[in-house]
Design a protein around this ligand. Sequence first.
Ligand code: ACO
Length: 376
Amino acid sequence: MFYGRITGWGKCVPEKVVTNFDLEKIVDTSNEWIVSRTGIRERHVAGDGETTASMSVAAARAAMAKAGVIPADLDLIIVATSSPDYLLPPVSSMIQDQLGARCGAFTLVAGCTGFVYGLATAQQFIATGAYKTVLIIGAEIITKFVDWTDRNTCVLFGDGAGAVVMQASEQPSGVLAFELGSDGEGAEHLKMNLGVANPPSHKVIDEGGHFIRMNGREVFKFATRVLARSAAEVIGRAGLSIDDVDLVIPHQANERIIEVAAKQLGISMDKMFVNIAKYGNTSAASIPIALCEAMEEGRCKEGDRIVMVGFGAGLTWASAVVQLGVADEHRLAMWRWVPTATMRRAQNRVKVAARTIGLKAGAVVMPLYTRVTKRG
Ligand code: ACO
């Protein structure tokens, strides 16, 4: 049995910042209302040239540098997003290509919960010994689907990307327990009415089918129902109590939701990581961005047990207890020894070429194999 240790983390947010005061100029709202009802003060919004793939690649590179791995070391890339660059191709393949990796990649859609679904999925591949190094990304340019005339939603969302590298380890660490949940009965409360059931047309666009519509009160009730309950559930599954947990990193949708959850869990807000004031709700990116900031600010460190809890469209929720580990020092020292980015790129090309040769050799052997099995 292998454990999936988180050895690297990175984030990327767009340069452009939109403050509550900027929003006061475009919709009937106020900084006071937004801060008191949500905790949000500003959010980052993607500009020209910034895409879900480009932000993911930047976050992934930062995470890989921290872990001391090069793209050719990756065995799998999982990208959680509800705002891919295109419906096809999958943004995960674009990211794999832009990174210069040679491995499987897929996109996972579970609303704001996607990143925790991704962590739990990666852990399974590692626990079985199938893969050694998995990159998990949560990335969104969700503001492209925001109706900037709808004050119910436009004040809430922001863009960004966060990534972690998970590596096989024999030391108990990584995802110690998880819970994945879905309740499609609540689907209507958070929806973009565009897709196969309502294909794009002038009429659909005129009706705003491409915008996020949300029944905020219902999502709020749902979130306050599941957040603390799911966190308590995974803490129990890991055989721990809330006192054994060093930090809770909840999905950043509304500071009041987080305060309610803290009360329900019987913990002070010091044990909750909150950065919503700077980013708003970045959907599937919110938890990995928060994890990065928590690490940067020294709010959590190697060996700490953290609980990540997500909830969102679906309606979905997911929690995980994660014990933090750092990259193997020996490996990192070797990696740092390779001095320049150029040399790392060369190292990557050699490794990718080796993987490609492996695939091509397989393609040569395949006809022989089928001939033999046909004869048999
Ligand atoms: N500025 C000023 N007034 C506003 C604004 C605004 N931006 N938005 C709504 N209001 C008004 C409403 O119109 C309403 O006015 P009325 O009483 O005259 O009808 C009043 O404020 C109160 O509205 P509520 O909806 O009751 O406000 P509430 O306190 O519930 O806060 C909010 C609204 C912030 C949306 C809250 O319900 C919330 O955070 N819900 C959860 C959102 C969430 O978690 N989303 C997750 C998304 S996850 C994903 O997968 C994308």
